[in-house]
Design a binder for this molecule. Structure first.
Ligand SMILES: [Zn+2]
Length: 860
């Protein structure tokens, strides 16, 4: 049970007068209709068309006319809306989630005359919403109830082991809230950290590109899982102006300085409505219905390195968080602060502060306008740009290629690169694993592609590069997978430090072989040294990472832009965001009042509420859809779908499975279920003592494993579900997934686990009881220790007298899917090789702990 600092924040009435302890929540404002929508169907229609499909006006009109025409032929009946205009008017009239867009202009304030460059004469328009209104809207979202912290808290993973997960579990929130609590004027108020993220994004049509510079806002009180999963917990609050200069002007110092000053002035102006309430309290309603006094505080700022440089007012190439000079970046330096910057700017000339401390004295960070805020502290670890796209893809993967071309003649290097690609393409199937069928040589390389490559890269390079490079990748991947966890404690942070030290030791190989003769003074790699402190301050980086803002670009910018007329698109994008936010707020309101329960058609026909059926699982084609988030907290479980594919007599199935001893295996399985004791199980008992069975067996192609894995894509309760397949022809090829089984619950990590391949999923009926089970082929550990450079356990097919050891096990003993990566080492992959053969073609496999974050946590 987390220990919350209750005395720091107390419920109040609407005016901010504290309530007596234990006062009940105020009654919810009743919502009895779907107004402004006529009924649920009209709301769902608008939600689908405007939010999900983002249909153009012409298509909406065509759809509604077609529906009207159809109704006319069927003897009448209304359509939900007359036309697109009526639909949008109704959406605009939604009373929830309103935060209108406003705009202000800024311009160059120095001397200007007719000969001045155009950028000095231009006015720059910034579109923004009142962040205080946005904070109020977010705070009163009833769907966040139970996932919203009103006070900083301390949580322990074990006695004495402090745990860091959500923003309010971090030390920064504790320190800031202490300041609020210490001041009699603000004592008893809730700390609300305003999380910001800014990131330019480009949309392209034909040969033209348009840039947008949105600023997103969230609040630190909502849990990380909500911020990652829920659309209402992060919304755009501004679109910054992007000044353009004529060709000769873009590189001048004057223009560069102006651009930075405009950026900071804009941010200060956008956030100014919050400024008074950073020192005297505001009152807002929280998801639990209670009103509370609140003090806003600038919180973690999410940005990639180029944006961090501008934000922190440092010289490019320098660290925005510490004072280490660029040539010395393989260690961390003394931390920066506004105070230090002000001191050196005061005491030294421009040239000195620029070269000695990497400070750009022309830039005054926007945070200096707000109390208690320091941008150097607030810049957070950024998994996407620093770990995934930066160090992994842009550095390490690239360096491997450079190494091969340095080490070998061009043709040989290319041959090896191709072999690495073929090895990657040969990775066996695994739920959620993105495939690289054509190797990695495609143009648009996304963060998700890099994440997918991380899962399969290590074993693919082994043998082509020195073992020391493999060790370097293993150390680096360990650091990344640890950093990605949703909760940290002293143990995991110590493991991160160990992995980072190991990475620093092993990366020297790239210097030794001549790929990086200049060493490793790289800002994005240097940033890793600030992670552990950052996690202690702000909780898990996965709740405040730019992958959240980047995926927001799609909904907030890219799709609205596509639906726009492209002529002056920004006002159209703003309007689209306004509508999305209102629809989301309406959905939250209706959902929390159970007004959207069950299926829309069933509700309209007054049918009983049914949950979605999982029967058509073989229709799922995208690997991403094989894994899903599950709401609510349930026990870990592996289940079969409701209906089997077919049922077979046991002797027919023996033929189909090419397992002549199937009947014997079923009988031994039944012995284990019914008669086994601690001393006797089916492996030692004579077959004649096993129950007789010649009935029918139900056959399945899929099983669902549900387990607790908050670091993965998961529901807000942390539950994750994946599909395990045993299918002789899935998308034209056999697919028999490998799984982890619990072998000895008393043993930790891999020592308590076994690995097997599922060759059949079945349900056996015996005396009226249904036994869900799997026909599996076993693997065995090759060594007890993981002494190879990958640091992964090695397994091989378990055989007796040359035959694979096969048995039937209850599905209860299956834990989840596991990825096996072939041990390639010196094997050269044939050109035409399909990944569905990999598990049969190789002698040994790595138990791939990099298959996903949960496996990495589990396989130790
Ligand atoms: Zn630094």
């Amino acid at each position: 049970m987390p220990y919350a600092h209750q005395f720091w924040c107390r419920p109040s009435d609407r005016q901010g007068v504290f309530l007596a302890p234990g006062a009940p929540r105020p009654a919810r404002e009743p919502v009895t209709s779907y107004a402004p929508f006529e009924n649920r169907t009209a709301f769902e229609f608008a939600d689908l068309i405007v939010k999900k499909m983002q249909t153009s006006i012409g298509d909406i009109n065509a759809l509604l006319r077609t529906q009207a025409a159809y109704n006319a032929t069927q003897g009448g009946g209304d359509v939900p809306f007359e036309d697109a205009d009526e639909l949008f008017e109704t959406v605009d009239a939604i009373p929830y989630g309103d935060a209108p867009w406003e705009s202000f202009t800024l311009q160059y304030t120095g001397p200007v005359d007719d000969n001045s460059p155009s950028w000095k004469r231009a006015t720059y328009t910034v579109h923004s919403r009142n962040p205080r209104t946005v904070a109020h809207n977010m705070a009163k979202n009833e769907e966040f109830d139970g996932k919203f912290d009103t006070t900083p808290y301390q949580e322990y993973s074990a006695p004495g082991a402090l745990q860091f997960s959500n923003v309010l579990s971090g030390l920064w929130a504790y320190m800031q809230a202490s300041k609020i609590a210490a001041d009699p004027a603000t004592h008893g108020s809730m700390l609300m950290p305003i999380i910001l993220g800014a990131d330019k994004t480009t949309v392209s049509v034909g040969t033209g590109h348009t840039e947008f510079h949105p600023v997103y806002m969230s609040i630190g009180n909502v849990h990380n899982s909500v911020r990652r999963a829920h659309r209402d917990a992060l919304i755009p609050i501004a679109f910054l102006a992007i000044p353009k200069a004529s060709r000769g002007e873009t590189e001048t110092d004057e223009f560069r300085i102006f651009r930075k000053q405009l950026y900071h002035a804009s941010l200060a102006q956008i956030l100014s409505p919050l400024r008074p309430y950073m020192e005297t309290y505001d009152v807002l309603q929280c998801p639990d219905g209670h009103f509370r006094r609140v003090i806003y505080e600038l919180g973690p700022f999410i940005a990639d390195y180029p944006e961090q440089v501008v934000l922190a007012g440092v010289v490019s190439g320098w660290c925005p968080k510490c004072l280490i000079p660029p040539e010395d970046m393989d260690r961390a330096g003394e931390l920066r602060s506004h105070e230090h910057t002000a001191h050196v700017v005061d005491a030294f000339d421009v040239g000195t502060v620029w070269t000695m401390w990497g400070v750009d004295p022309n830039v005054i960070p926007f945070t200096t306008y707000f109390p208690r805020a320091d941008i150097h502290e607030l810049l957070t670890p950024d998994l996407l740009h620093q770990l995934i796209k930066g160090t992994f893809k842009d550095h390490l993967v690239d360096w491997v290629e450079q190494y091969l071309y340095l080490e070998h003649p061009k043709a040989e290097a290319r041959r090896r690169m191709d072999d690495i690609d073929r090895r990657i393409a040969a990775a066996p199937q695994f739920p959620g694993l993105r495939r690289f069928p054509e190797g990695r040589n495609f143009k648009q390389w996304t963060g998700n592609d890099s994440k997918a490559l991380m899962k399969v890269y290590l074993s693919a390079i082994e043998g082509h590069v020195p073992d020391e490079m493999v060790r370097c990748f293993a150390a680096y991947l360990d650091f990344c997978y640890l950093a990605r966890r949703s909760a940290h404690d002293d143990k995991s942070l110590a493991a991160m430090q160990e992995a980072l030290d190991r990475f620093h030791t092993h990366r020297v190989i790239f210097e030794t072989v001549g790929v990086r003769p200049e060493g490793f003074s790289l800002p994005r790699q240097h940033a890793l040294m600030h992670y552990i402190k950052g996690i202690r301050l702000f909780g898990s980086p996965n709740g405040i990472c730019s992958s959240i803002t980047e995926s927001k670009h799609i909904r907030a910018v890219k799709r609205p832009w596509r639906a726009s007329s492209k002529n002056n698109p920004l006002p159209q994008i703003l309007r689209a965001n306004q509508r999305l936010d209102k629809l989301n707020a309406a959905r939250s309101c209706f959902t929390s009042r159970h007004m959207l329960d069950g299926d829309v058609l069933a509700a309209a026909l007054n049918l009983p509420i049914q949950t979605a059926d999982d029967e058509d699982n073989d229709e799922i084609n995208e690997p991403e859809d094989e894994v899903a988030d599950i709401e609510g907290v349930v026990e870990g479980i592996v289940e079969l779908p409701k209906r089997p594919v077919y049922t077979r007599r046991v002797e027919d199935l023996a033929e189909e499975y090419n397992t002549p001893e199937l009947q014997e295996l079923v009988r031994r399985f039944l012995f284990d279920q019914l008669l086994a004791t601690d001393e006797v199980d089916s492996s030692s008992v004579d077959l004649s003592r096993c129950p007789k069975f010649d009935g029918k067996i139900a056959v399945y192609r899929t099983a669902y494993a549900t387990f607790y894995a908050p670091s993965e894509l998961s529901g807000t309760g942390g539950m994750h579900r994946e599909m395990i397949r045993a299918n002789p022809s899935w998308r034209g090829h056999p697919r028999f997934d490998t799984v982890l089984l619990s072998a000895d619950p008393d043993e930790p990590g891999m020592d308590g686990l076994a690995v097997a391949q599922v060759v059949g999923l079945m349900a056996v009926m015996y005396h009226g009881v249904r036994y869900p089970c799997a026909l599996v082929k076993w693997y065995e550990r090759v060594h007890d220790e993981d002494d190879n450079p990958t640091g992964m356990y090695v397994v091989q097919p378990e055989c007796v007298d040359g035959e694979r050891v096969t048995s039937i096990i209850h599905l209860d003993s299956v834990f989840r899917a596991v990825h096996l990566a072939a041990v390639y080492r010196d094997t050269e992959m044939p050109v035409e090789f399909h990944f569905s053969y990999t598990l049969d073609a190789f002698e040994s496999f790595y138990v791939n702990k990099y298959g996903d974050y949960h496996l990495h946590e589990y396989i130790v």
